[in-house]
Write a protein that binds this ligand. Structure first.
Ligand SMILES: Cc1cc2nc3c(=O)[nH]c(=O)nc-3n(C[C@H](O)[C@H](O)[C@H](O)COP(=O)(O)OP(=O)(O)OC[C@H]3O[C@@H](n4cnc5c(N)ncnc54)[C@H](O)[C@@H]3O)c2cc1C
Length: 275
């Protein structure tokens, strides 16, 4: 390793980023990608910056600090709106991984199979990026641009994820399909957030992951759900609504299997939210 720095303030971290460092959070994606030769890059460990950790609620919504771990999210008292993100957290690796791995690390690693992305898309999450020149906010949908690609500029850190407070009561859910129940990379996963008033859907946000380079919202399904009664949710799902997806054939499943799995997951997800 060249240099190792563990700052305790965001300012110190951003000043250090005037020269190239590789950011380290929980290390659960960082270390498995570096098995073998000794690490020879400068490592900036952001785990000691208290301002990047924890969940706070305000009138407009919630702020999830970048280094909040999946376990901390699971232990936080949050409304049913976060049911889907908590379900994803429960299925990210095992308990040891959840104790170390951070929410922002999952987003910045930008794997097509990152389980945190679909539920955060379904929560309309916004990411907060900070650099020496200032701070910018972007919808999560514009942050991840491809397989392992984000718009993070050199010298920038993802400092927080913001979840807006919905107008009405909302609930969300997440379902993942893998080759076994736990400790598995997703073949497909789906997340939904619904706002329901008087037995009808007044807002719907649906996202599917591992079926395209970047998890995708499904606008046609979201539109079909608007005004739907709670007992008709699952039957609103049609294959044509998967058009934004572009699944691939790989060792975990064929493109055709992924499409079929996505439809089944969406129907089960919506049936579960209806009950
Ligand atoms: C055994 C095992 C099982 C796993 N199972 C799953 C699973 O089921 N589902 C799943 O989605 N993932 C899984 N993962 C992957 C991983 O645990 C998650 O993606 C995790 O959330 C990554 O967070 P981290 O803090 O460990 O990131 P790190 O490894 O520290 O960092 C990941 C990447 O993001 C960058 N980065 C991290 N934080 C920031 C920041 N704030 N600003 C800018 N850049 C940053 C780093 O430079 C690095 O490139 C698994 C990993 C292992 C080892």
């Amino acid at each position: 390793m060249a240099d190792y720095l563990r700052p305790t303030s965001l300012d110190e971290a951003l000043q250090a980023l005037a020269r190239p460092w590789t950011v380290l959070a929980g290390g659960t994606d960082f270390y498995p990608a570096r098995v073998g030769p000794a690490i020879d890059e400068n490592v900036l460990d952001i785990g000691g910056i208290a301002a990047l950790r924890g969940i706070t609620a305000g009138p407009d919504g919630w702020r999830l600090g970048a280094t909040t771990t999946w376990s901390e999210l699971l232990e936080a008292e949050l409304p049913p709106l976060f049911g889907g993100l908590k379900q994803a957290a429960r299925e990210i690796g095992g308990r040891q991984i959840q104790n170390a791995a951070t929410i922002a690390g999952n987003l910045c690693n930008a794997s097509p199979a990152a389980d945190g992305v679909p539920p955060l898309l379904a929560l309309d999450a916004v990411v907060e990026l900070a650099g020496r020149a200032g701070t910018r906010h972007l919808p999560l949908a514009s942050f991840i641009t491809g397989n392992r690609r984000t718009v993070l500029a050199p010298g920038e850190l993802l400092v927080a994820i913001h979840v807006p407070r919905p107008a009405g009561e909302a609930r969300s859910a997440f379902l993942k399909l893998g080759a076994r129940r736990y400790l598995v990379i997703s073949i497909a996963m789906a997340a939904a957030t619904l706002e329901i008033e008087g037995g009808r859907v007044v807002a719907a946000r649906i996202a599917v992951g591992a079926c395209s380079a970047v998890a995708q919202r499904l606008p046609a399904l979201e539109a079909a759900l608007l005004g739907a009664t709670v007992d008709s949710l699952a039957t609103s799902v049609e294959v044509s609504q998967l058009e934004p997806l572009s699944p691939i054939d790989d060792v975990r499943g064929s493109a055709a299997y992924r499409r079929e799995a996505a439809v089944t997951l969406l129907r089960r997800l919506l049936a579960g939210l209806a009950s």
